[in-house]
Design a protein. Structure first.
Length: 534
């Protein structure tokens, strides 16, 4: 027994002697201590969460446009003291709670802070305070998952591609940073080019939003490029901030609704469709009718905006004055089914598919078989069961401006890979829906609408010649004892060589002269003055 105990004692003494010699060796060589430290556990902090880009038509970013400062803090007493000098009184309690763990952490300070054990880094903010096209772009939730708009439609393609910046600390078993060892920074995640390429032009979008902000409380603006299906601006009012989604969810004005894709009563803008159907059927713009202030179809009486009547007029004069009886009579001559067929060719009654979950309403067309008598009368000037979206109406105006070729509206150019090359490219091919002569005849009528004595003279500009059509749509609803009506304006510019078609929709207002028409004028003038940018 004594021999066994002696053997164990000797073995323990040899082991302790080896450990003492090893410690003396390490203390004599600081380089070995550093090497040993490097083998400790590593803590990685992720600053910012990368997500694919959303580009405009010229590959300018529509998100990730702004940067913000975040602070990476190793909560030593000196670092905590420095940070508290830069933090507002309402945020100090939360900061101190984060510091209690004594482990490095990231704090969204909003500004650069310099100090010992503090690293300030810049990361992209997904959305800015004045985010363009928020209803179209959409937003993401706290997990960076797309919830609406482009963000939702292309979530699989845009989903987080990793942190923007990684900060690596060497830590001990408790997760505390080892002193004397500087953290390392990896910012390679900021450079991903992968994303979605839109037809939207950020400069035109900004102009359209400025115009809408000035004149529209609730409504929409859509701008298309003539001779293509490209939607270069898509505005919905009121708007919202993707940074403050919770504040908008319960808003009674529905700011998160994309009104450009929703269907509304249209009114007299539809007279363009009736005119196209009539011209295509062989009736000329010289066809005359005498307006006496009202017209009777069956047992229904339809009044003109001019109760004393416009007198004898041709199609151009009737368009200029927006005479209801003229177009009701024209509809009776050609029949509701002819107008229906032209409406279908121009996209009414059909949904517009931009991408998965990004789809415009189909609106509503009356049953073709029902279009007789008074139903045709209503349909002839855009009333009754007809509903249409601003983007549908813009495509109709664009077909006229494009000399009779209809282009399906398009917002998605395609996807972009990591090398910023288009992985796919979409294109809208034109389909002839009316003759060039018909389209150009209607263009001339629309030009007259903007003359001094036309219904659209508030859209008239001194610096660019344009053409358009006004509308006031009755909804049949009553609000606070008043009839609810919508105002519209649709037009294109320049008149001789059209480049852009514009449709303005103003919800719950009948005063298009103070809303829809000035929006069109603002846009046409601003884009003409800065034509070199488009």
């Amino acid at each position: 027994m004594f021999r066994k105990m002696a053997a164990v004692y000797i073995a323990i003494m040899i082991a302790l002697s080896g450990l003492v010699l090893r410690l003396r060796h390490l203390s004599a060589d600081p380089g070995l201590l550093s090497t040993a430290a490097q083998t400790q556990a590593r803590l990685t902090l992720n600053a910012g969460q990368g997500r694919g880009q959303i580009y405009d038509r010229y590959f300018r970013k529509l998100v990730n446009c702004e940067e913000k400062w975040v602070c990476v803090v190793n909560p030593t007493p000196r670092a905590v003291k420095t940070m508290l000098e830069h933090i507002g009184p309402d945020d100090k309690e939360a900061f101190l709670k984060m510091s209690d763990s004594a482990k490095p952490f990231i704090y969204d300070c909003g500004k650069e802070v310099n100090g010992e054990d503090i690293i300030s880094v810049k990361v992209f903010d997904r959305y800015g305070e004045s985010q363009l096209a928020p209803q179209l772009i959409g937003y993401v939730d706290s997990d960076r998952t797309g919830v609406a708009g482009i963000e939702k439609a292309f979530d699989d393609w845009l989903r987080p591609v990793g942190p923007q910046v990684r900060i690596h600390y060497q830590v001990n078993a408790l997760g505390n940073a080892l002193s004397g060892i500087e953290p390392t920074i990896d910012d390679s995640g900021q450079d991903s080019a992968k994303g979605v390429w839109l037809t939207i032009d950020r400069n035109i979008q900004k102009i359209a939003e400025e115009a809408a902000e000035k004149y529209i409380e609730k409504g929409a603006v859509v701008i298309m490029e003539v001779n293509s299906g490209n939607v270069v601006a898509c505005v919905s009012k009121p708007d919202f901030s993707p940074l403050k989604v919770a504040q908008s969810l319960g808003d009674g004005d529905s700011p998160m609704l994309n009104r450009a894709f929703c269907a509304y009563d249209l009114g007299s803008l539809f007279k363009l469709v009736t005119a196209a159907a009539a011209l295509e059927s062989g009736i000329t713009e010289k066809y005359q009718y005498s307006c006496k202030g009202e017209i009777t179809v069956g047992e229904r009486h339809f009044a003109c905006s001019n109760r004393s009547g416009h007198g004898r007029m041709d199609m151009t004069a009737a368009m200029k004055k927006s005479c209801n009886p003229y177009f009701i009579n024209l509809g009776q001559c050609i029949g509701g089914q002819s107008i229906y067929d032209m409406a279908v060719k121009l996209g009414f009654g059909s949904r517009i598919y931009f991408a998965d979950t990004l789809i415009s309403s189909s609106g509503n067309l009356p049953e073709k078989s029902s279009l007789t008598g008074a139903a045709t009368a209503n349909f002839s000037f855009g009333q009754g069961e007809l509903l249409a979206t601003p983007v549908q109406v813009c495509a109709m105006v664009n077909a006229i401006a494009s000399d009779g070729e209809y282009y399906a509206p398009m917002i998605i150019n395609g996807r972009v890979d990591d090398n910023k090359k288009a992985a796919e490219r979409n294109k809208s091919d034109g389909v002839r829906v009316m003759s060039t002569d018909t389209a150009q005849s209607i263009q001339q009528m629309m030009r007259e609408v903007l003359e001094e004595d036309g219904t659209g003279n508030e859209a008239r500009s001194d610096i660019v010649t344009a053409a358009g059509k006004t509308a006031t749509a009755q909804t049949g609803m009553i609000k606070d004892g008043k009839r609810v009506e919508h105002s519209w304006f649709g037009g294109f510019f320049p008149y001789l060589l059209p480049k852009y078609s514009v449709v303005v929709f103003c919800e719950d207002t009948s005063d298009g002269r103070a809303t829809a028409q000035p929006v069109f004028r603002y846009i046409s003038e601003a884009m003409t003055e800065n034509a070199e940018n488009y």
